[in-house]
Design a protein around this ligand. Structure first.
Ligand code: UDP
Length: 346
């Protein structure tokens, strides 16, 4: 079928599942491996409903070199890997750093070793704006200096970037594109897939939608005394489907040999900084639903403000975030309502 097989690690997760759908739309054949450590097998049904056909899936843990090797022996002709499988909670990483170093770093090393063995040349890697820390100058470009990480999670993303840089330097046949995500939010417009946090959400958007749905009593806004216009933190919130589409563009770029260097880095954001209080107001306006909130103390490890300079990604990838914040917030709310219908909400 179509343009070839893409191995999607972590393909039942939040960004992975949206990327699987966009890969199908673009004519690729995604094959998913996931250990379901932070995702739900039902996601496969949502993907099937959207794309109209089932996607190959196997429960494999990328830390397990031997199972990964056996899996790749069975699936020849993989043209590229989209590597999402990783742990991603800042707070959890502070309490359990070894879990993060083991999960995030070992998985990448296993994949890179097996890519060499099975002659798979292309990888797109999920990096994060967390690698910048609190930048001195905003917006951040891909050249903005990398500051010491503020959490073990951030350290793993920095270390994985270094591992990829070193691997690509040593092996010129390896192509890697590192995508530094800003804050992905929202859900597929069909409301068939979306973000599905386990237990009490750490991230802002699922907390807002669960509060709006009455599952949580009120949202805590972590700090209103930052050096920002309304005192709350500023982030660059990017629609998850727009983000997923950027992966397809990055994969096309490598598969078609359009990449300028064998390792490239792109910021994926909207270029707009939005405060926590602005998000609440825009959510209420877009959905007509109130979000009860209180001002709470600052959260440890939070940076004050960050948003992306997206000009390099816009120009080089010919990609741009397109969905408005209102539509994105509405998609998150529609997904929350669908979760209640499916009885999957917390
Ligand atoms: N935030 C908040 N209340 C919450 C969760 C998050 O005020 O219950 C704020 C958080 O302090 C940050 C922003 O929302 O300023 C985005 O946080 P999130 O955890 O979603 O992403 P991060 O930027 O930490 O990766």
């Amino acid at each position: 079928m179509g343009k070839g097989k893409i191995l999607v690690t972590g393909g039942t997760g939040y960004i992975g599942s949206h990327t699987v759908v966009e890969l199908c739309n673009a004519g690729y054949e995604p094959i998913i491996i996931d250990n379901l450590s932070n995702s739900n097998i039902n996601v496969l049904e949502g993907i099937k409903t959207i794309t109209g056909h089932p996607v190959t899936y196997e429960n494999i843990d990328c830390k397990d070199y031997n199972s990964l090797e056996r899996f790749l022996e069975k699936h020849s002709e993989i043209v590229a890997i989209a590597h999402f499988a990783a742990s991603k909670s800042v707070g959890e990483s502070v309490n359990n750093p070894l879990l993060y170093y083991r999960n995030n770093i070992l998985s990448l090393i296993n994949l890179l070793q097996l890519m060499a063995k099975f002659n798979i040349k292309n990888i797109v890697f999920s990096s994060s704006c967390t690698v910048y820390g609190q930048a001195d100058v905003l917006p951040v470009t891909e050249q903005t200096p990398i500051k010491p990480a503020s959490s073990p999670y951030g350290s793993t993303k920095q270390m994985c970037e270094t591992i990829l840089q070193d691997a690509a330097f040593a092996n010129k046949d390896l192509n890697a594109i590192l995508l530094r995500y800003f804050n992905p939010i929202g859900a597929h417009p069909s409301a068939e897939i979306g973000e599905l946090p386990n237990g009490i959400p750490n991230n802002l958007l699922p907390y807002i939608t669960q509060t709006a749905a009455g599952i949580r009593k009120e949202l805590s806004v972590f700090g209103d005394d930052y050096n920002t216009p309304d005192g709350s933190c500023i982030r660059d919130y990017i629609n998850v489907v727009d983000l997923a589409k950027a992966h397809v563009v990055a994969l096309n770029r490598m598969v078609e040999g359009q990449n300028k260097k064998n390792i490239e880095i792109f910021n994926l954001g909207t270029g707009e900084g939005v405060s926590v209080l602005e998000i609440i107001r825009t959510f209420e306006k877009a959905t007509g639903v109130k979000v009860p909130y209180k001002i709470a103390p600052r959260r440890a490890g939070d940076i004050e403000k960050v948003w992306a300079d997206t000009s390099y990604a816009n120009k080089e990838l010919g990609w741009k975030a397109e969905t408005s914040l209102e539509d994105t917030l509405l998609s998150a709310w529609n997904w929350q309502k669908k979760l209640a219908e499916k009885n999957l909400g917390n």
